[in-house]
Design a protein around this ligand. Structure first.
Ligand SMILES: C[S@@+](CC[C@H](N)C(=O)[O-])C[C@H]1O[C@@H](n2cnc3c(N)ncnc32)[C@H](O)[C@@H]1O
Length: 603
């Protein structure tokens, strides 16, 4: 009998073969040519996700899925090689159908479903998986390891309030702003190293022969950007993402306006003198609003100040909870305020699990814009809603798929909208709705402002017969599913809250081709760059959505049974702010005149 020889490492031969294979595939993926001549959303594939459920219940194999064999009109098929047809050949081979001989359903079934919660445990960006559009956006923004918010994001903060009464006019105000901004120009030690790497990339690309092809040039410029991204630190000091929020720009007067609003309503709504003044602020990581509010209350209503509590809910993981707490405590102490009033909860509002049954104010300023959205396209013939998923293939490339299986919040959103004041189906039967449909057939009109269900169905059918890239679906609509989830959290976890929120109702340079689309931007070489898709390299781009306050207030009303009020930034501040102190010598008021695209919603 042959005794197997003992080795320290079992199956060492197979292991080394495996390693070779991994190295080989790594090499292949490094040399892989990404197809940059099509955008990730050039195609929108309609598939069936029912196999997701059946997989776990009955362990059906993916090939058994009902539409697995349904080929795409542009799909290359095996039999093409046997029965050659020139017209079909040209049709199929001049388009960049990305999956070769595989059907969209086969590709979709190939990868498992994941979500942002699971991805939060990963150190690296995922591949070979698919997820809801909202999970893709949430992961890009909030992943603790590579998400946009876990990197260098700062909120612009001026050390001193601006002295408006001694500033000439709006131009003078802009000068003072520019001067306050100068501190962010301090040289970052990484800057020289980064500039060196960047000039190497530029020089190398100059040495390559120039091609006239638009696609080749575009591919090269994207490769160049990729290379910069991959150097890991292409940020110069100004490349740090800076938010210029009204809280910071107009401190302390903006915070004082909110304090004034709260004090009046605290007394009006019957909580005073029976209950303490409890304030929750979501996304208040800088502590500026908190200091401005507490200072105002301390000076004007010391008795209320004595019973005020301030709690900050902040997702940002740049500072650990303890560090954030000590930074904000010293900020309070340096301003002569009582640090024991503060509590910091370092988590996302979406992980909130405690019920606060006392009356409280809930402040959310400029947080809604980064709430992830889901994406819906409607079947152009039946109007059936289909929900978007982003598939990340083995090379890290992204594709958009749509399934009729709706997630909980997408379904809830569509139901609430259709049962509320902003029903699209009702609108489609009105004269205004029919006018929108007519407008959708007129060239050179911005069709992105027209709801997808109001687009002319025959126009879309004709377009699809010529260019079957979107499987006869309407343009996409981004729907505010996280905002709806937030309203649910307010209802169940803060049942006695009064909401004070503000955000952008309009954002310029939004992504084209969708309804209610976001602005996707990053800073590249000190310049703000807007890009044309939300499916971008995760973590490097801010993805911001405008808020439709009419619809948001209707949802809020239906979910919480409270009636909110929507006002413009100017209307709110004219009522509650000290507008004299913020007026320049020429009589202009930057605090009222700026942010014309911002609204308040209060309850
Ligand atoms: C644009 S800043 C606005 C900061 C501040 N409210 C202001 O107006 O100056 C958005 C803030 O919200 C925080 N944030 C975003 N999503 C959040 C979430 N889901 N839960 C808690 N905080 C969040 C971010 O970390 C960031 O501090």
């Amino acid at each position: 009998m042959r005794v197997p020889s003992r080795t320290l490492f079992k199956n060492i031969k197979q292991a080394s073969q495996k390693l070779d294979k991994i190295n080989q595939s790594k090499l292949e993926s490094e040399n892989f040519h990404h197809e940059y001549s099509i955008r990730p959303d050039t195609y929108a594939f309609k598939v069936d996700a029912s196999n997701e459920v059946s997989k776990s219940l009955t362990a059906k194999t993916s090939s058994e899925s009902p539409s697995a064999d349904k080929s795409h009109p542009l799909q290359k098929k095996e039999e093409d090689y046997q029965h050659f047809n020139l017209i079909e050949f040209i049709y199929r081979y001049t388009t960049n159908y990305p999956f070769g001989t595989k059907s969209p359903q086969q590709v979709f079934n190939q990868y498992p479903m994941t979500n942002s919660e699971k991805l939060g445990r990963l150190k690296h960006r995922p591949s070979k998986c698919k997820m809801l559009v909202s999970d893709f956006i949430e992961d890009s923004l909030y992943n603790p390891n590579y998400g946009y918010f876990s990197k260098e994001v700062e909120i612009f903060h001026s050390d001193e309030p601006f002295d408006y009464n001694n500033i000439r006019d709006i131009d003078g105000f802009m000068d003072s702003w520019q001067k306050a901004y100068a501190k962010y120009d301090e040289i970052n030690p990484k800057i020289n190293e980064t500039k060196q790497q960047f000039s190497e990339i530029i020089n190398n690309s100059k040495q390559e022969p120039q091609s006239k092809s638009k696609f080749v040039q575009r591919a090269k410029s994207i490769q160049k950007q990729d290379a910069m991204v991959n150097t890991g630190n292409f940020n110069t000091r100004k490349s740090i993402q800076l938010w210029h929020t009204p809280t910071e720009l107009f401190q302390p007067y903006y915070g004082e306006a909110i304090a004034r609003y709260m004090l009046v309503n605290y007394k009006l709504n019957g909580a005073y003198p029976y209950e303490d003044l409890i304030i929750y602020e979501m996304g208040g990581g800088n502590g500026t609003l908190m200091c401005n509010i507490l200072n105002y209350i301390k000076t004007n209503q010391p008795d209320v100040y004595a019973r005020t509590k301030y709690k900050i809910i902040e997702i940002s993981s740049q500072l650990a909870e303890k560090q954030l707490e000590s930074a904000l405590n010293s900020k309070l102490i340096s301003q002569g305020l009582d640090a024991t009033k503060l509590e910091i909860i370092n988590k996302s509002i979406f992980k909130w699990n405690k019920v606060i049954d006392k009356p409280c104010f809930f402040i959310a300023l400029e947080v809604f814009d980064n709430f992830a959205h889901d994406l819906i396209r409607y079947d152009n013939t039946t109007g059936e809603p289909l929900e978007g998923q982003v598939l990340v293939d083995e090379h890290g490339d992204f594709y958009e798929f749509f399934t009729p299986q709706l997630s909980y919040y997408s379904n809830a959103f569509l139901q609430l909208r259709e049962h509320g004041e902003y029903s699209i189906l009702n609108a489609s039967n009105t004269i205004a709705g029919k006018f929108e449909t007519l407008k959708s057939t007129v060239p050179f009109v911005n069709h992105d402002k027209i709801h997808p269900l109001l687009h002319s169905s025959s126009k879309l059918r004709f377009k699809n017969s010529l260019l079957p890239f979107k499987d006869n679906m309407t343009p996409g609509e981004f729907i505010p599913t996280r905002l709806l989830q937030f309203f649910n959290i307010l209802k169940h976890k803060f049942p006695q809250h009064s909401l004070i929120s503000s955000d952008f109702h309009y954002l310029p340079n939004a992504v084209n081709g969708y309804y209610n689309s976001p602005v996707v931007q990053t800073i590249l070489q000190d310049k703000m760059v807007d890009v044309s898709t939300y499916m971008t390299y995760q973590g490097y781009f801010d993805i911001m959505f405008p808020t439709d306050f009419g619809l948001a207030s209707d949802l809020y009303k239906q979910v919480t049974n409270k009636v909110p009020r929507v006002e413009s930034h100017r209307e709110f501040l004219e009522q509650w702010a000290n507008t004299e102190v913020t007026t320049t010598k020429a009589g202009e008021n930057p605090m009222l005149d700026f942010y014309t695209n911002v609204s308040f919603m209060v309850s």
